[in-house]
Design a protein around this ligand. Structure first.
Ligand code: IVH
Length: 701
């Protein structure tokens, strides 16, 4: 595509290409239920098109998807009684609040009540009932007319042939496949030699249109509205005046299915805060629902408020869709890694073909234990459904078995501890190295020597195993007292490797405190927390002397973590003593010790004074995409170190508290989010200029 990934369109040609791409995607989505773009990407594309059109109103193309139902892709030949509209979208609480203000300005009073309900991820249909009988089923089409899909009557749960009362009305709602119906449909299809559906939405779209299949698969209807038909009689007046919530209760009473019996039942509230609490509640339940939702729909509940707010050509002005990011994606399982934890537990981890989910790139997912892999019959090369939302660790939901080609291979389980080579205790579901915590010696020395800690080149895990096996290293402090002869006595250690390793250890002896502290592997203090602690206290002596209260003055350390750190540091005192004795650096360059409590001024998290002159003081900076120019060789950790050296705080996610986003090549959703929130962005080159004075130190660290 000629648009860049942020959705910003540079010129007429990029705009035209974007319109063309949106048109193709909408056509595929609304006719076959599939799309080359996922929902997030399509929304971004349309937002980019709308933004361009706002700036260049005279250039708007006829084919533009903006302002059209179904992006202008669908059509049909059965006219709708009243237009079947689409919904406008918001993507954040701020946008929602702005939208409510515009509705209230329009009607000249506060909206009396809001209905909050799930946005079901299926296909919109209108079901016409006459005298209580289901007469016709029509798709949304272009909003003015739809396709007759009455042949599907009888296959849709929740859409009864006969209502509880002989009333005449049109029920509108969404037809979808629940997860179970989707599984069932694919089982039946594979039995009949048909290709499986890629996802439930695709299944519902295909099934709704299919006329002459030799088998039947079931779908489910959820009503989200009802309106009178020309011969509805008295019911017309009643329906026109009922609040939305009561319309849903009424149709449910007639026997039509609504979301009322789900964990995300529609609710009526009065304030914007309550709406947002409802949004959060529904979003949090999304993962465990037995059907797909892609957002939350918020509607003015009272008929009078709806009437006064009015309706646009594409969407009503009294309702809005609060879109949720796509959280489930299909990707490939490339490999399984076996990692040994602190206590010797051997845990499998899935290596995935990287996939963007909910704002971050996912390359790994947890697999619980070997039994779990066997139970789910996972194979290497499988397409797998990966789920990730918010801060949760990505997990593999299921293999997409119907996408198998036959080239998939079984996952091999380790026969010996992958860390130290000892036997594995397989008596429990979770496998454990028979050396238990002792096994961690190799792991913890390797960690300490790692790139983001002491960065000792030439000291990989194999070498560490050798050192441990030879009894030369009982902890990583022993590395600093290794002698040349001792190293030479090891297998495959010649003069050159020995001298190189010794030189690398010498460099490690002078690393900044933040890295030495990180090397200790104190639970809950990774790279960024270690840097904050080191900058705050400036010396190991002060860290060790700190009590829980003093530790809590470090940004991000709460009561619980402070207590845990204090107790671990007590355990680690002998190791720290050995490091000091070995002449390892115990101070943080550029940091000044904190003032005594009470005399402290300014931000306690950054230690003492002398910070004000730094270019990023008081700023929270996020880095995304590939760095270029002088920043190209820096790892993410080194970028974060650079930010902190320049007085800023590094963070991994964009929020309204972010002061600056450094957006490199292929920056994706973080840039979009920054743009939405009005967060300043800089190219790697611009950023390098800003922190120029601190660059050298960071790349040498
Ligand atoms: S109300 C006039 N409520 O989302 C109001 N729509 O993106 C129009 N949808 O066309 C629809 N769940 O197909 C409404 N609870 C819900 C919905 C919902 C899903 C669909 C519907 C609509 C589309 C707009």
């Amino acid at each position: 595509m000629t648009t860049n990934s942020t959705g910003v369109l540079a010129d007429t040609a990029a705009y035209a290409a974007a319109v063309e791409e949106a048109k193709r995607a909408a056509a595929a989505y609304y006719t076959a239920g599939e799309s080359p773009l996922d929902d997030d990407a399509y929304d971004r594309l349309v937002r980019g098109i709308a933004a361009y059109e706002e700036e260049h109103p005279q250039e708007v193309l006829d084919a533009s998807p903006t302002g059209k139902v179904a992006g202008g892709a669908a059509s049909g030949d059965v006219p709708h009684t009243a237009p079947m509209l689409s919904l406008d979208n918001v993507f954040s609480a701020e946008q929602f609040v702005t939208w409510t203000a515009s509705v209230e300005r329009r009607i000249g009073r506060p909206v009396a009540a809001w209905s909050v309900e799930p946005k079901l991820d299926g296909l919109a249909v209108a079901a016409r009932y006459r005298q209580g009988r289901l007469e016709r089923l029509i798709t949304r089409g272009d909003g003015a007319a739809g396709e007759d899909v009455s042949h599907a009557i009888g296959t849709v749960l929740g859409l009864p042939d006969r209502l509880g009362e002989p009333v005449t009305l049109e029920v509108r709602g969404e037809i979808l496949m629940t997860d179970e119906q989707f599984e069932q449909a694919n089982a039946v299809r594979t039995e009949h030699g048909a290709a499986p559906f890629a996802n439930p939405r695709n299944g519902a779209a295909g099934t709704l249109r299919a006329k002459d299949r030799p088998y039947r698969v079931e779908m489910t209807f959820f009503a989200y509205g009802a309106l009178a038909l020309e011969d509805s009689g008295d019911l017309a007046a009643t329906l026109a005046e009922l609040p939305h919530g009561e319309v849903l209760t009424y149709v449910a009473g007639l026997g039509v299915h609504t979301a009322a019996d789900t964990d995300v039942a529609p609710r009526t509230v009065t304030t914007a805060e309550e709406v947002l609490a409802g949004v959060e509640d529904i979003a949090a339940r999304r993962a465990t629902l037995p059907f797909g939702i892609d957002g939350i729909v918020i509607k003015a509940d009272l008929a009078a408020d709806q009437r006064d707010a009015g309706t646009g050509t594409r969407a009503p002005r009294w309702a809005i869709a609060y879109k949720l990011p796509a959280v489930e994606k299909v990707t490939r399982l490339l490999a399984v890694e076996w990692n040994v934890g602190r206590t010797g537990i051997i845990a499998p981890r899935a290596v995935l073909e990287p996939v963007e989910i909910d704002g971050s790139t996912v390359g790994y997912a947890t697999l619980h234990n070997p039994a779990d892999i066997t139970r789910r019959d996972l194979r290497l090369g499988d397409h797998v459904m990966v789920y990730k939302a918010g801060d949760i660790i990505p997990r593999i939901e299921a293999p997409v078995a119907h996408l198998r080609t036959g080239a998939e291979r079984p996952i091999e389980f380790p026969e010996a501890c992958p860390q130290c080579g000892s036997e594995i205790d397989m008596s429990e579901q979770r496998w454990r190295c028979t050396r238990g915590r002792d096994c961690r010696l190799v792991a913890s020395v390797s960690y300490a020597a790692g790139r983001d800690q002491l960065d000792i080149e030439g000291l990989g895990a194999t070498r560490v195993v050798q050192l441990v096996d030879a009894g030369l290293v009982q902890d990583f402090a022993d590395l600093f007292t290794l002698e040349r002869e001792q190293l030479l006595s090891l297998d495959r250690m010649g003069e050159t490797s020995t001298d190189n390793l010794l030189a690398a250890i010498e460099v490690a002896r002078t690393r900044p405190l933040s890295r030495v502290f990180c090397a200790l592997g104190v639970r809950g203090t990774g790279r960024s927390m270690s840097r904050r602690i080191a900058r705050h206290f400036a010396s190991m002596e002060l860290i060790v002397a700190a009590d829980a209260e003093a530790l809590q003055r470090v940004d991000g350390i709460g009561k619980e973590k402070a207590a845990a750190v204090v107790s671990e540091l007590t355990e680690l005192a002998p190791l720290i003593g050995k490091l000091v004795a070995a002449g390892v650096n115990m101070t943080e360059p550029g940091a000044t010790p904190p003032a005594e409590p009470g005399t402290e001024t300014g931000d306690g998290a950054t230690g003492g004074g002398a910070q004000d002159a730094l270019p990023l003081t008081g700023m929270t900076v996020v880095v995304t995409g590939a760095m270029t120019g002088v920043l190209e060789p820096l790892s993410r950790n080194q970028m974060n170190e650079l930010i902190e050296r320049a007085g800023g705080k590094s963070s991994s996610s964009v929020s309204k508290r972010t002061s600056l986003l450094v957006a490199g090549e292929k920056a994706g959703s973080k840039r979009t989010k920054a743009e939405e929130l009005g967060v300043r962005t800089a190219t790697p080159e611009e950023f390098a200029e800003l922190v120029e004075a601190h660059l050298v130190t960071a790349s040498e660290a």
